[in-house]
Write a protein that binds this ligand. Structure first.
Ligand SMILES: [Zn+2]
Length: 219
């Protein structure tokens, strides 16, 4: 399952610019990943800087936006991307659906960020104790039908269910497999694949641990 902490440790935390003018937007996939890692380190060490919230930043952003990463995450109230990566206004484009499930609107939203705003990094962010994944696993195990639109979510997660595991371990492994499945699907989208091939874009899978507040990449 999980691998290293976003390749973090190495990167020194960048100083947070105080105004929009000072902001240095990470322009490459690796720079974007480093900034997310630095922000997550601040978050889990209770050293948030709450960047990019000043009046000057708000004013500067009225004329445009240049977010450096797109996070496709779950709707879970415990995993808001701007908080767990200590980012501010204009930094992240966030797309959220239960279990990070893809549909046409989600795909279109991701494509908008990448193709229209030239975002260099897409992160698919799953998390520990995901209720959507738990529901999908439970529904398959019991054969119970969920309410219609929730069953739609469960049906999208279902191909990721890890039948080599049982009980809690099955849910936990399925969380990772679901992230990997979605990451793979996005990376194969022709418009995104072209950018990945030229190094302009990376699509990475990651997972947030409620226990430690660490975000780490998922293979
Ligand atoms: Zn969830």
């Amino acid at each position: 399952m999980a691998t290293g902490a976003l390749g973090l440790g190495a990167a020194p935390a960048a100083a947070s610019p105080r105004t929009e003018r000072d902001r240095v937007r990470p322009a490459t996939p690796s720079a974007a990943l480093r900034e997310l890692a630095a922000g997550n380190r601040r978050w889990r060490n209770f050293r948030q800087t709450h960047p990019h919230e000043t009046a000057a930043v708000r004013a500067a952003l009225t004329t445009g936006q240049h977010p450096f990463a797109l996070v496709l995450g779950c709707i879970d109230s415990r995993v808001p991307p701007e908080l767990v990566f200590d980012q501010g206004l204009g930094d992240l484009m966030t797309v959220r659906s239960a279990g990070e499930v893809l549909d046409e609107a989600v795909l279109g939203s991701v494509a908008f960020g990448v193709l229209e705003l030239n975002i260099p990094l897409v992160m698919v962010l799953g998390h520990q104790s995901c209720g959507a994944v738990t529901a999908a696993v439970h529904a398959e195990e019991t054969g119970e039908e969920l309410p219609a639109h929730i069953q739609y979510i469960a049906d999208r997660i279902s191909p990721a269910i890890d039948h080599s595991q049982e009980g809690e371990a099955r849910v936990d492994a399925t969380i990772d497999r679901n992230v990997a499945m979605i990451t793979g699907r996005l990376a194969r989208e022709p418009d995104l694949a072209g950018r990945i091939a030229t190094g302009k874009l990376a699509v990475v899978g990651a997972r947030y641990e409620l226990n430690s507040q660490l975000v780490h990449t998922v293979a």
